[in-house]
Write a new protein. Structure first.
Length: 293
């Protein structure tokens, strides 16, 4: 059963005249007759009775009319919707993003994107760096915002910037007035950081190993925003990604450069190498790359 057959059926059911129906459909009468006969053969019975004087629709033909109308309407809605999506006039883009990137990166980029494509909506999924890589690789999300993964033949990574870290201490802390601190100085105090699995936690621990430091871990939590609140109450110190600094309450906290830290990680967009991106994802990647170029 094809759309052409259904259209031919509906026009003939309305006109009950092969000549008029063929003319309306821009077909020959023989082509129209063949289309109707093929449809009847597929369904297993007559939809019309025809004699030399007139055409009559059968009871089975009458029962087909509402189904045919619904199928054609659904097809037209689908066609219209897809055309709108291809033109970026409609659609939803799902993005897997590290919580810190959701705070520090996406609002400005989505704001810029929405200026060009105001009818596109977004679904942001805050998940860990490791889960982003896994989900994009499995095709659950088309694109993700994360730190650069280890060499992966299935994923393509486009860097946006290199992210380094700042020391975060309470405003009344002894280090608060310093312009910079060493990693060793920072880690002599009780430390607050993210729970595992977390790439930020992993980098901090690796840096401690390189400097032969054992962290005095006071509190661990899931979000940098939560971490900063614990710091503001004097519960400990921490290190956070530089791009998160504008979300820190500087009346209660102080941010300090870390002078001897080699904590620097590329942040960027990942997507599958063997997967053809949707128009929305492709355009979003272009916008975010342009924003950070």
């Amino acid at each position: 059963m094809t759309l052409k057959q259904l259209k031919a059926f509906l026009v003939l059911a309305r006109t009950l005249n092969y000549a008029n129906a063929a003319n309306e459909l821009c077909l020959s009468q023989s082509a129209l007759s063949l289309s109707i006969k093929t449809l009847e053969d597929e369904l297993g019975g007559k939809l019309f009775r025809r004699n030399t004087r007139r055409v009559e629709i059968t009871i089975e033909g009458l029962s087909l009319i509402p189904y045919a109308k619904k199928l054609l309407a659904n097809w037209e809605d689908m066609e219209k919707d897809l055309k709108q999506r291809f033109k970026l006039h409609r659609g939803t883009l799902s993005i897997a993003s590290m919580p810190f990137a959701t705070h520090a990166i996406l609002p400005e980029v989505i704001h810029e994107f929405s200026k060009k494509h105001p009818n596109i909506s977004f679904s942001i999924h805050d998940i860990t760096n490791e889960k982003i890589i896994e989900n994009v690789q499995e095709g659950i999300f088309e694109i993700g915002i994360c730190f650069e993964p280890k060499q992966n033949d299935q994923l393509h990574f486009q860097s946006l910037f290199n992210e380094d870290f700042l020391a975060l201490v309470p405003r009344q802390h002894i280090l608060a007035k310093h312009k910079s601190v060493t990693w060793q100085e920072l880690c002599t105090f009780p430390f607050i950081t993210l729970q595992n699995p977390s790439i930020i936690r992993h980098v901090i621990e690796q840096n401690c190993l390189e400097h032969n430091i054992i962290l005095d871990l006071k509190i661990e939590c899931h979000q940098i925003s939560s971490l900063s609140h614990f710091v503001s109450y004097g519960m400990g110190v921490s290190a956070i990604p530089r791009h998160f600094q504008k979300f820190i309450d500087l009346e209660k906290n102080a941010l300090i450069e870390i002078s001897n830290s080699n904590m620097s990680l590329p942040v960027g967009v990942i997507y599958k190498k063997d997967f053809e991106l949707s128009n929305i994802s492709f355009e979003f990647i272009n916008v975010i790359l342009s924003y950070y170029s």
